[in-house]
Design a protein around this ligand. Structure first.
Ligand code: PLZ
Length: 450
């Protein structure tokens, strides 16, 4: 049985794995919900796909009007095992019938500890590790910074150009892009500094050169004596699926080791088979001191983690870390089921297969269309950067037009990038190959029509 068969959604035969557009998008029922949304929910909470979702699984999202859209986004990189994966659904149902909440800080339970043990084993490096659980990626990042500051007794933190780490106050400070994430929401947390990223398509530097540029800035403008942590996404997500040049990350890690600086890999978007490895750090041969994880971890339930060297994780005084819902029993049950799928149902290989389909098709498209300046990514985390072919200047208008056209044709695609000129592909690994190929056909046609 192939991985796609094992991931058949609970909706089963009723949730046909097909692209089906039976109304304009949005159709009348979806429009009704969007009108209610506009009246009840603030405009600040946007949406990319104008539908009312009623079911999802395999490689599709179905709306209230009966449209079935090919899913090339997985929420935002969350439903890697597939939406409503049968093992995840069964685990949530069984746990809900036992107990829904005790608060781990009041009455601990086994599933939290089992998730911690599993993450301690699966994250890169064979040193002693510990894990604390939280609710969102941003909360994991906040806690990783707290832990690094407590351990090093230093305060400064370095994040990179194009970084995305969340929308809370500290993580907004770490995030690079003003619109839409930060504009008007300051003042931001102090002692956050920004270093230049390795962005081979735009800077043309080798990994060693880009690392030297970043490290020199850090040494001259901040000083290792003041620096608690460097946080980086091994492959940047919201910033444009930027894959650093070979050697960049190892050089930064080495500098951190030599200077008593905690190296934090933010693997919230890259973690759990997405990049064709359990964690993207493995692809660059680095062993982070701390890893933040969320998104794919629990098959769609809200759960996040900080995993890292035991001596760093243990630096905090008792009671210094936690939260009412962190490591919620339903989320932990879902995570144990999803982690079992990641480890035992061939998802790493599946991500590599999906990646080959994506890269082959997008590269072929790039060869005939100069407006695709770069195709990059690893595993099932792949993107195309759209540019003016003469100048290489970012073409955000074309990117937005292609993405809008895809959605109108029943294919969910997401954009990203500091310059808004990247379309990213993050399909659920349960998507059938034919559906993925059809989705890419629609992207190609949308581009050709413009
Ligand atoms: N770190 C690397 O990708 C979340 C954000 C979508 P939360 N990325 C999607 C949006 O517009 O809000 C993300 C990430 C990396 C941290 C986060 C934050 O994770 O679970 O959204 O808090």
């Amino acid at each position: 049985m192939s991985i796609v068969d094992t991931l058949t959604p609970v909706g089963g035969p009723t949730l046909l794995q097909e692209r089906r557009v039976v109304t304009a998008i949005p159709g009348p029922r979806s429009q009704e919900l969007l009108d209610r949304k506009a009246a009840a929910v603030p405009a600040g909470v946007g949406h990319t796909v104008p539908i009312a979702a009623v079911a999802a699984g395999g490689g599709v999202v179905v709306d209230a009007d009966g449209n079935s859209l090919i899913d090339l986004g997985s929420g935002i990189a969350v439903t890697t095992v597939g939406n409503a994966h049968p093992k995840v659904v069964a685990a949530i149902q069984a746990q809900a019938a036992q107990f829904v909440h005790t608060c781990f800080m009041v009455s601990p339970y086994e599933s939290y500890v089992a998730v911690a043990e599993t993450l301690n084993r699966l994250t890169p490096g064979d040193h002693a590790k510990k894990t604390a659980l939280f609710n969102s990626g941003a909360e994991a990042v906040e806690n990783a910074i707290k832990i690094a500051r407590k351990y090093t007794k230093k305060q400064a933190v370095v994040a990179f150009d194009h970084a995305y780490h969340g929308r809370t106050n500290l993580t907004m400070a770490l995030t690079a892009k003003a619109m839409p994430y930060k504009s008007g929401f300051g003042p931001f947390a102090g002692e956050i500094y920004r270093a230049p990223m390795s962005y081979p398509f735009r800077d043309g530097l080798s990994g060693a050169e880009a690392a030297k540029r970043a490290i020199t800035l850090i040494e001259k403008q901040i000083g290792a004596d003041n620096l608690a942590a460097i946080i980086i996404e091994p492959i940047q997500g919201e910033g444009g699926f930027i894959v650093p040049a070979d050697g960049f990350l190892p050089a930064v890690v080495e500098w951190c080791r030599a200077n008593d600086v905690v190296f934090i890999a933010d693997e919230v978007q890259t973690g759990f088979a997405r990049t064709g490895a359990m964690f993207a750090s493995e692809l660059f041969d680095i062993v982070p001191d701390l890893v933040t994880a969320a998104k794919g971890i629990a098959g769609g339930m809200p759960l996040a983690a900080v995993t890292g060297r035991a001596e760093i994780m243990d630096a905090s005084h008792a009671g210094g870390l936690g939260g009412t819902y962190g490591g919620n029993p339903l989320a932990c049950a879902a995570a144990l089921a999803a982690l079992d799928v990641f480890e035992n149902d061939g998802l790493i290989e599946r991500a590599q297969q999906v990646g080959r389909i994506l890269i082959d098709r997008l590269t072929a498209l790039q060869n005939i269309d100069g407006r695709i300046g770069d195709v990059r990514g690893r595993g099932a985390m792949v993107a195309a950067e759209f540019v003016d072919p003469e100048t290489n200047e970012p073409d955000a208008a074309l990117t937005a037009a292609v993405a809008r056209a895809c959605i109108a044709e029943g294919v969910i695609v997401l954009t990203c990038g500091t310059y808004g000129n990247v379309i990213r592909f993050l399909p659920p690994l349960s998507i059938p190959d034919e559906l993925l190929r059809e989705g890419l056909d629609v992207v190609a046609a949308a581009l050709a029509a413009r």
